[in-house]
Design a protein around this ligand. Structure first.
Ligand SMILES: Cc1cc2nc3c(=O)[nH]c(=O)nc-3n(C[C@H](O)[C@H](O)[C@H](O)COP(=O)(O)OP(=O)(O)OC[C@H]3O[C@@H](n4cnc5c(N)ncnc54)[C@H](O)[C@@H]3O)c2cc1C
Length: 387
């Protein structure tokens, strides 16, 4: 993009090189076996990139949404699973501790999360509440001495759940939908366990699982902010997640297009490169145009975020637009590119089918397509949206 700074371009080159050397050789096996590239997360820590949005005086890189989206795009071009785990760790967990935690919480948890010694995740979704996140049922009840809370309930579909050591978790501390508080939960806390690990269609090298709370005592020092005041912070983080996760869709689409373009140049049928056939050219031209359009929207939103212009409901709508269009585009482009490769697109020896399987997740996680359309339409229609 024309507005990337020299620092952002340097970051792009660094992450591109990292992806080539650290991720490319391993992803095929990890995808097949549903593993996790923990070593890569540590190396991202060594590069100073886990705390990409964390202020420099807290030990982070002090970069913004443009840089973060670029990093996710570059990682996802090679290994979208690691990009997803990186996003859960850095944006959903680490960034939140840095933004909302107090000095003691930051001193206690940031170093381990910044280095990658600990992997972090965020627990919002529950078995009975996905799109309706405020319908969560995990309860945190204050102990009579006021020193702690007792948590009961469970979270599901949590990225890094099965491999993480630390979770930024939401729970209800009152009767209304908005009475949401945040708790910092360490693996090994009595009454806290990581439940089932899910086997998935895509993003197979990003472990997903349950978090279970059974009379789990969390000291009051691990509550973030005031009791019942987490809703705003939760929603603001969702907006940032939507802008930056669009980078993963962009990376996947770019990888699909690059693979299909090379293939269309080389593959011959009827004594001609298949790239000489109209339907193949149309597919590639359309895919590349969709990608560029989504890229322009996503990085414009990220730039607006960095300049403090993404605030309030307007920000939520713009973030939803970037994520909705990019996510749909990446799945569609993935399918078109599989078609360009014919049979070779459908078998696992070529990575294009993986790109499409991975891309589909972004149409579901961080707000489904349907929910994002509701957010956009409500902002456009005002009161008329509710009939
Ligand atoms: C791989 C993976 C990783 C994830 N990582 C995390 C994580 O780290 N942390 C976390 O908290 N969560 C995570 N999630 C959860 C994710 O955010 C939810 O799956 C998502 O919000 C949808 O919730 P749901 O799956 O319960 O679907 P539901 O909300 O039950 O939706 C089912 C269907 O109904 C539609 N629908 C629901 N409400 C409406 C409506 N009002 N109007 C129109 N259609 C509607 C949905 O769009 C969808 O098509 C992850 C999910 C996956 C699959």
């Amino acid at each position: 993009m024309w507005f990337f700074s020299d620092e952002e371009k340097l970051l792009q080159d660094t992450v591109r090189q990292f992806a080539k050397t650290e991720l490319a050789p391993k992803i095929e096996k990890l995808d097949a076996e549903e593993g996790f590239n923990r070593e890569a997360m540590r190396k991202l820590g060594e590069l100073g990139l886990l705390g990409i949005t964390v202020p420099e005086n807290d030990g982070g890189a002090g970069l913004g949404a443009v840089a973060t989206t670029l990093a996710f795009e570059e990682v996802a071009t090679v290994d979208a699973s690691t990009a997803l785990s990186y996003l859960a760790h850095s944006i959903l967990c680490l960034n939140q501790v840095a933004q909302n935690g107090n000095a003691e919480q930051k001193a206690r948890y940031l170093p381990k999360l910044l280095s990658g010694e600990w992997i972090g995740g965020m627990g919002m979704t529950e078995p009975g509440s996905g799109s309706d996140a405020l319908g969560m049922r995990t309860k945190a009840v204050k102990t009579p001495d006021g020193e702690a809370y007792v948590l009961n309930g469970s979270k599901t579909f949590i990225t890094n759940g099965p491999c993480g050591e630390f979770f930024y978790c939401y729970a209800k501390t009152g009767e209304t939908k908005k009475d949401i508080s945040t708790f910092l939960v360490e693996k090994g806390t009595p009454g806290f366990s990581t439940g089932k690990k899910f086997s998935k269609m895509g993003m197979r090298a990003s472990p997903t699982g349950e978090l279970v709370f059974e009379n789990c005592r969390i000291g009051i020092e691990n509550r973030v902010g005031s009791e019942g005041e987490s809703l705003k912070m939760m929603m603001r983080n969702l907006d940032l997640e939507r802008v930056t996760i669009a980078g993963i869709s962009l990376g996947l689409a770019r990888a699909s297009i690059e693979a299909a373009t090379l293939y269309a140049r080389d593959r011959k049928q009827f004594d001609k490169a298949i790239g000489s056939f109209g339907p193949i050219q149309e597919r590639l031209a359309e895919a590349s145009s969709w990608y560029e359009a989504c890229r322009a929207l996503t990085y414009t939103c990220a730039k607006m975020w960095d300049e403090g212009k993404m605030v309030g409901k307007e920000a939520s709508m713009m973030a939803a637009k970037a994520k909705l269009t990019s996510a749909q585009m990446a799945t569609k482009v993935g399918l078109e590119c599989i078609q360009i490769l014919g049979g070779y697109g459908y078998i696992r020896e070529f990575p294009v089918e993986r790109y499409m399987r991975d891309a589909k997740l972004i149409e579901i996680g961080a707000g489904t397509n349907e929910i994002l359309r509701v957010i956009i339409a409500r902002q456009m229609l005002g009161d008329a949206a509710s009939g």
